[in-house]
Design a binder for this molecule. Structure first.
Ligand code: C5P
Length: 218
């Protein structure tokens, strides 16, 4: 089927986890596979958008010529790339599972075995909030929330705090949704409080729902 070229926008997407180095062999990470962000990148590229995909360490490949991929490892690296790219963009979709904390000390040599080890952590930059502060009227910002409790209240709080136009909520409580699965079950919460609940579907089909919602913005 021939795709309609209708989304003439430059869109930044973050995807995957970040790895925060402890020493040359160890890191703090998380279970994100990047599948949701990569599916969104592919869908938007097929609709004609020029996508800049900032990817943490993932096992995924991209093939669409409209996707420019920038690989990063840590949250700070992801943040630096996003701050540089965002002013050139019409909007951003932040699907990365960014590590909230990073070790204060990154050892140059592998830490030796010992009885106990204390690792002091400091907070990472909140990329979404930084972009939210810089967002111009014509730009859009979309975020994700993965919640285990008080999901709607927490997601709505994040929508406002980070200045998102809408937030995609997925609950870890839903079977087949979240890390590693090829399916996802989401709700989209808009700024005006409208909530749309979607069925469990493939991440490719969830990406279509998110792309439809982006096309409705401005
Ligand atoms: O981690 P949290 O639930 O607050 O994440 C909500 C949204 O903020 C997600 O879209 C995530 O990609 C983004 N985020 C970010 N930088 C962080 C933490 C979260 O961009 N340091």
């Amino acid at each position: 089927m021939k795709q309609k070229i209708r989304l003439k926008k430059k869109i930044l997407i973050t995807a995957g986890p970040t790895y925060e180095a402890i020493d040359p062999v160890r890191f703090i990470g998380n279970h994100s596979t990047g599948k949701m962000g990569f599916a969104i990148a592919e869908e938007l590229a097929q609709r004609g958008a020029q996508v800049t995909l900032v990817a943490g360490p993932v096992q995924l490949t991209t093939s669409h010529p409209n996707i420019t991929r920038i690989d990063v490892t840590s949250a700070q690296e992801m943040c630096d790339v996003c701050l540089k790219q965002f002013p050139k963009m019409d909007g951003a979709i932040l699907s990365a599972a960014v590590a909230d904390f990073t070790p204060v000390t990154k050892y140059d040599k592998k830490i030796k075995e010992k009885q106990s080890l204390t690792i002091e952590l400091k907070p990472n930059p909140d990329i979404a909030q930084e972009l939210g502060k810089r967002k111009k009227t014509k730009q859009f910002l979309v975020g994700f929330a993965l919640e285990t409790n008080n999901e709607f209240t927490n997601a709505q709080g994040k929508l406002e705090k980070k200045n998102f136009d809408f937030i995609v909520l997925n609950s870890l409580a839903d079977k087949g949704a979240g890390f590693g699965y090829d399916t996802n079950k989401v709700s989209i919460i808009e700024r005006n409080g409208t909530v749309t609940n979607y069925e469990l579907k493939s991440k490719q089909d969830v990406a279509k729902d998110i792309a439809d919602q982006i096309e409705k913005l401005n």
